[in-house]
Design a protein around this ligand. Structure first.
Ligand code: ZN
Ligand code: ZN
Length: 108
């Protein structure tokens, strides 16, 4: 196996070099930059869903925001616990028409 015990950032999978800015998330050290990026993605996805009346899938959120699909699904995953949004395990995406897991803002 490898030499030493290199720490990997769970968010990007890259090694954390000693001295790099780090922040703890879920008790694991992550790059500060990765945490800030993911927070930005969560904010962007939240804003997008708030102004979107229908339900949309991860892929369409990613396309609409110009972020990669993995970043979008991570952000969506974090928004699952947000009471402002509803997750459907299999529904029809309003944007692409595919039957997929979708998310939409909760009707008020
Ligand atoms: Zn990272
Ligand atoms: Zn879609």
């Amino acid at each position: 196996m490898g030499i030493g015990d290199e720490l990997l950032c769970p968010m990007c999978g890259e090694p954390i070099v000693p001295g790099a800015p780090v922040i703890f998330a879920d008790r694991q050290p992550c790059h500060l930059r990765c945490v800030l990026d993911s927070q930005r993605h969560v904010d962007a996805v939240r804003a997008f869903l708030q102004k979107t009346p229908g339900e949309v899938c991860d892929a369409c959120v990613a396309t609409a925001l110009g972020i990669d699909a993995e970043a979008a699904s991570k952000a969506i995953y974090r928004l699952r616990s947000d009471p402002a949004f509803t997750v459907e395990a299999a529904s029809t995406c309003a944007a692409c028409g595919e039957r997929r897991p979708t998310m939409r803002r909760r009707a008020t």
